[in-house]
Design a protein around this ligand. Structure first.
Ligand code: ZN
Length: 253
């Protein structure tokens, strides 16, 4: 690698790779937001459906009440008709027959009135439950709106972070050797992983295996790219920070 400041190139490439990883993770998070919103909506829909079912139940009960009341009205009409006929009967047998019809209507009405009473109690209970569910739904709606606002905010934050990282990425791009960059981009495109691995405490941070001393020694020479024997990533060992810069300057003079 002639004319290449290897430690600097490794540093830049590693930084570049970290940025790509960061961007990748942010994109991943960004993609999960619509799923979270969908889940939120599904949860809310369940509340809505429960309310709708209760409304239908109430509607049915009210319909039943109306139909039973209509039955009573019909019976009353019949009763009036029988009573009118009763006033004009000639024989005892006719009288008894009409009287029997009226008694039958009375008995039937008593039954229907009981049923209406039961339905009215049911309507009361359903109305109460419906009111409660309505309140719950409103509370859920508020919660949902707040959560959605948070998700929108999250999306905006993530997008802004991505833009910021992309800007940093652009800044680094041309400082990295083009050959190295091509290698990197191909690797990243193929496997969505980097090609360079930081070495800390003699361990390859990509595959977490210990680097043999000979390989470490080679890598510290910064003469060529040295790869991890296991994961084949280029090893990046940050050079030790010179603690006496002035003496280094003096010797170079
Ligand atoms: Zn490795």
């Amino acid at each position: 690698m002639p004319n290449l400041d290897l430690p600097e190139q490794l540093r830049l490439l590693y930084e570049f790779q970290q940025i790509d990883m960061e961007i990748l993770a942010l994109h991943h998070k960004l993609k999960s937001v619509p799923l979270k919103i969908k889940k939120l909506e599904k949860g809310f829909q369940i509340h809505q459906q429960k309310l709708q079912a209760k409304q239908e139940e109430l509607g049915d009960a009210e319909k039943e009440q109306r139909s039973k009341t209509a039955q009573l009205d019909m019976h009353q009409e019949q009763r009036l008709k029988f009573q009118a006929q009763l006033r004009e009967v000639k024989t005892n047998r006719e009288y008894q027959a009409l009287d029997k019809e009226i008694s039958f209507l009375d008995a039937k009405d008593a039954e229907i009135e009981d049923e209406i009473l039961a339905v009215m109690l049911q309507i009361d209970q359903l109305t109460e439950e419906l009111d409660r569910q309505q309140e719950e739904l409103e509370a859920e709606q508020t919660k949902k709106n707040q959560q959605e606002a948070l998700y929108r905010q999250e999306t905006e934050n993530l997008q802004a972070q991505i833009v910021a990282w992309q800007e940093k990425r652009r800044g680094l791009f041309h400082r990295i050797d083009q050959g190295l960059m091509v290698q990197y981009l191909e690797g990243f495109k193929r496997k969505r992983t980097g090609i360079i691995s930081l070495v800390t405490s003699n361990i390859c941070n990509n595959c977490h295996l210990t680097i043999p001393p000979q390989t470490l020694k080679e890598a510290r020479k910064y003469e060529q790219f040295i790869r991890c024997g296991s994961c084949k990533h280029i090893l990046y060992i940050p050079p030790p920070v010179p603690d006496d810069v002035s003496s280094a300057d003096a010797t170079s003079d």
